[in-house]
Ligand binder design. Structure first.
Ligand SMILES: Nc1ncnc2c1ncn2[C@@H]1O[C@H](COP(=O)(O)OP(=O)(O)OP(=O)(O)O)[C@@H](O)[C@H]1O
Ligand SMILES: [Mg+2]
Length: 246
């Protein structure tokens, strides 16, 4: 199939990958249009809950979901992921713009191609802090420091780190901190989610959880998320909140 690329190539895939793999991106884009997208059933049922994947063609695999998009990979191209926005969910063009502004940094992914409602991104290997809490894995202090440095770098690129919650940051296989979702970094309002999460890390996680490796059930993690959202809504009502949620 001859592919006419009318999407955006933001980071240079060929300088990132070895020569052997340089054709991968083209093959992957063909497969996204031929197999993934026509057979994908994806919907956003509630704005504050992750999107739901009703159907995806094999061998494509679901890697994760957020409130806006689902992220897949193909086993033959396992270093790349495809983030597909659910119908009716905005934010794709802003995310493309963030990747354009971000440049390259080891704690962030790269965007190799973007078109319509999807982005082809570098796969980050690791586990989100949210899943690490669920599995009772240790969250080293270094992860928090790495994420702080990464966010400082983003600020140096005139971006505004936003919506940095437990599903948007990861521990890499080497134990380093990664930022997996930068889609809100164009927003201009200040956001306190990351500083609140750090407070929870130093005041609750270190004294209570770091010794026991307690695995926290998802329903408790989700309950904490809902209570936190309600608390923020309350503060917003009193004019004390400095962050607007996406
Ligand atoms: N580059 C990546 N490499 C590996 N996994 C990823 C990557 N990007 C996203 N993921 C996984 O997919 C999940 C959903 O992606 P993402 O957070 O970008 O979606 P979103 O809908 O924008 O999220 P939010 O609800 O925070 O706005 C992430 O929590 C993570 O588990
Ligand atoms: Mg996210």
């Amino acid at each position: 199939m001859i592919l006419s690329h009318s999407g955006d190539f933001i980071h240079n895939y060929q300088s990132y990958q070895s020569t052997k793999n340089k054709e991968d991106l083209n093959k992957l884009i063909v497969s996204i249009y031929q197999d993934l997208l026509p057979n994908l059933k994806l919907s956003s049922i509630h704005h504050h809950h992750p999107v739901v994947v009703h159907q995806v063609l094999k061998p494509w695999r679901l890697l994760g979901t957020g409130n806006y998009a689902a992220v897949f990979y193909h086993p033959a191209f396992s270093e790349l992921v495809i983030k597909v926005y659910a119908p009716g969910r905005e934010g794709w063009s802003e995310e493309v713009e963030v990747y354009r502004c971000l440049g390259e940094h080891p704690a962030f992914s790269k965007c190799f191609y973007a078109q319509d409602n999807f982005l082809v991104l570098q796969r980050l290997h690791g586990i989100t802090l949210y899943d690490a809490m669920h599995q009772g894995l240790a969250i080293p202090n270094q992860v928090i420091k790495d994420i702080d440095l990464a966010l400082k770098y983003a600020r140096s690129r005139n971006l505004n780190p936003h919506d940095i919650h437990g599903r948007n940051v990861m521990i890499s296989l080497e134990g380093k901190g990664l930022v997996v979702d930068i889609s809100d970094f164009l927003k201009s309002e200040p956001c306190s989610i990351w500083s609140d999460l750090k407070k929870a890390y130093y005041w609750l996680y270190i004294p209570l959880f770091s010794w026991h490796r307690l695995s926290v059930p998802y329903f408790i993690l989700d309950l904490v998320r809902v209570i936190y959202r309600m608390w923020r809504r309350l503060l917003r009502g009193t004019g004390k909140l400095r962050c607007v949620e996406r």
